[in-house]
Design a protein around this ligand. Structure first.
Ligand code: FMN
Length: 358
């Protein structure tokens, strides 16, 4: 075997070791999660990701238990591979949604939008599901581990959708060296396998991507939505802007458009109406919060990318074509292997137990 071929084989083996814990938790060939995206992560995209060796995750969003039950069944009809369901913790029927997942035999529940309530966590675990949760800071990561989560996601502010304030580079340094009890998946701004490999070397057990998959051929997102992704660069995917500290705006990263510009003007007008006494503080806050109601659906499903919310991460600049999910996944894996091979480390001799993967 040539030196290059040997380096490739060693790098592929190293990748297996680096993300072994992530693969074991997910039950997949690759420790790559397709992050749940409201309106986008439905049966077609989720099953395509799982069939490609990754881990698809249904975005429950505001679905009722009935709708979720149907979506799970439809996904199961398209794949025999493992996939998960993402539940938003403030959903008023959270317990019923957990029960739907358990009854359908969904093996993994991802709680998003806040720390999972203890009762829902216990319900999921007692029912035999693995629980994954988002850790926005080390202290919360440790608390989640104590409460029995099976895996964590740390999502940097580079990500698309609702975001926290800290970049993945910093979160990874804050959290990865200190959490060894459960596998940690990294998310936010990942567009190439090289970056995934780097994070695995820092101690991550896998990666979660959203933006790249939103533009995949199997994604049901409107062609206008995908075209907007193809045109955009990293600099076009900006967090929503809050005009006044008295009226908080939950930061959402998406492509700048007429809607994001109008949102600023809307906040200014609402502020004036509050200051003139026309609106109470609560009414003004509600006005601001309701501006984006239904806006993601408008962009994803209806294709109104000027007025809708085109949620996208900074990795949108790396979306240059509409590709099948299998191509996206295999490219990520090839890039990760090539990056590890380039490191030239331990060709055939690297016997370290990578992050307790052995
Ligand atoms: C269009 C879109 C919608 C999203 N919706 C959700 C959601 O409903 N729930 C959730 O937990 N994360 C959501 N996310 C975040 C993704 O699951 C994922 O963590 C994120 O996209 C990863 O970062 P990346 O965009 O840089 O790949 C969304 C992201 C995008 C781009």
């Amino acid at each position: 075997m040539s030196d290059t071929a040997q380096a490739q084989v060693a790098a592929a083996a190293r990748l297996e070791r680096l993300w072994a814990r992530g693969r074991a938790l997910l039950g997949t060939r690759y420790a790559i999660l397709g992050g749940a995206m409201s309106w986008v992560s439905e049966r077609h995209l989720v099953s395509a990701i799982s069939n490609a060796g990754g881990f698809g995750v249904i975005a429950c969003g505001a679905m009722t238990p009935d709708l979720l039950e149907r979506e799970i069944a439809a996904t199961q009809a398209l794949t025999t591979q493992p996939f998960g369901v993402n539940l938003i913790t403030m959903h008023p029927q959270l317990d019923a949604l957990v029960d739907v997942c358990l009854a359908a035999g969904v093996g993994h529940i991802v709680f998003a939008g806040g720390l999972p309530p203890g009762a829902a966590m216990r319900r999921a675990k007692d029912g035999g599901a693995k629980v994954i949760a988002f850790a926005p800071a080390l202290v919360l990561a440790k608390r989640l581990v104590r409460t029995g989560v099976d895996g964590l996601v740390i999502e940097g502010s580079e990500a698309g959708g609702h975001i926290g304030p800290v970049s993945l580079t910093v979160l990874a340094q804050e959290i990865l060296p200190h959490i060894s009890e459960v596998p940690v998946f990294v998310a936010g701004g990942l567009g190439r396998g090289d970056a995934v490999a780097g994070m695995l070397e820092m101690g991550a057990s896998g990666a979660q991507l959203g933006t790249l998959f939103a533009a995949a051929s199997e994604s049901i997102a409107h062609e206008n939505f995908k075209r907007a992704f193809l045109r955009a660069s990293a600099r076009d995917a900006l967090p929503s802007v809050q005009l006044d500290e008295r009226f908080p705006v939950i930061p959402v990263r998406g492509l700048v458009n007429a809607g994001t510009r109008r949102f600023l003007a809307h906040q200014a007008e609402t502020l004036q109406r509050f200051q003139s006494g026309e609106l109470t503080r609560d009414a003004a806050q509600l006005e601001i919060e309701q501006f984006w109601a239904g806006a993601l659906r408008r962009a994803v499903i209806d294709g109104d990318v000027e007025n809708g919310s085109v949620m996208a991460g900074q990795s949108v600049g790396m979306v240059s074509d509409v590709l099948p999910v299998a191509t996206i996944v295999s490219t990520l894996v090839e890039q990760a292997i090539a990056a590890l091979a380039r490191r030239g480390e331990g060709a055939g001799t690297d016997q370290r137990s990578e992050h307790s993967a052995a």
